[in-house]
Design a protein around this ligand. Structure first.
Ligand code: BTN
Length: 243
């Protein structure tokens, strides 16, 4: 995809490093590490990042089209990772709004987008992807059911092969998103959404909304059928669970 590559052995967080690098290097570039000492998850959580077992990478991009280019972006990244995992032979995987990937119902990948700059002007996005690849057990507690490529397939996964598929799929899907927008990918995303039609609870802090998942709108917001009619929700701080 023509991205510059910065590889690290150990680092605090590839997302943090990509954000720091934006002051000196022009995107697009990719930061990878074998291990992270302070891997970041969504909603302020840690991302457990054992050395040499998984894939940790962050892609820094410049968004020329302003905030519109962010619409559905994290969902499209989820789709690209899903395809990369299918490319290496995994089945029974799907996406969970907004950007989790589940294999056999358990989390296999986390995606964290962080913005830099002014969404109304020159804006950069760092797309962090962590794929549980060969991890089979962890020292720390992970607060939700998780799995890895190895646990699902039963064999050691070649991380280089997976990384190459990931880069190829990201290039392909980000280009489609850039040129055609999220609308062109919405149907494909919904077709892979595990909780399409399910009764769910959407939580943000102390607020809860209950409803049935209708799908996503043209911006990637979640469409729920609630007792108050159809409602749309967007935002990285929301979390979804089955009712
Ligand atoms: C989540 O909570 O689901 C998102 C986890 C994102 C983890 C990846 S690993 C590579 C990149 N660097 C980080 O510090 N976080 C992301």
């Amino acid at each position: 995809a023509g991205w510059k590559l910065f590889c690290f052995d150990r680092i605090d967080s590839t997302n943090a490093e990509a954000l720091r690098r934006l002051s000196a290097d022009a995107p697009p570039f990719l930061v990878t590490a074998e291990g992270q000492s302070a891997g970041r998850g969504r909603r302020g959580r840690d991302w457990v990042s054992p050395f040499a077992e998984n894939l940790y990478c962050s892609l820094a991009l410049r968004l020329d089209g302003g905030a519109r280019q962010l619409e559905g972006l994290s969902l499209v990244v989820g789709l690209a990772v899903l395809r990369a995992l299918q490319d290496v032979g995994l089945s029974d995987i799907g996406v969970k709004w907004p950007n989790d990937l589940l294999a056999a119902g358990k989390k296999i990948t986390g995606i964290l987008l962080e913005l830099s700059g002014d969404p109304a002007d020159v804006c950069y996005v760092v797309i962090g992807v962590g794929i549980n690849t060969n991890m089979q057990a962890v020292a720390q507690e992970i607060g939700q059911p998780w799995t890895s490529v190895r646990l699902e397939s039963g064999v050691l996964c070649d991380r280089t092969t997976l990384a190459l598929r990931l880069v190829a799929r990201l290039g392909e899907y980000l280009e489609r998103h850039r040129t055609q927008g999220f609308s062109a990918l919405r149907g494909e995303w919904e077709a892979n959404h595990l909780w399409q039609g399910e009764r769910v609870v959407l939580a943000s802090g102390v607020q809860h909304v209950e409803g049935v998942v209708l799908g996503v709108d043209h911006q990637g917001a979640l469409r729920l059928q609630t007792s108050a009619g159809e409602q749309c929700y967007s935002g990285g701080e929301l979390s979804l669970r089955l009712h």
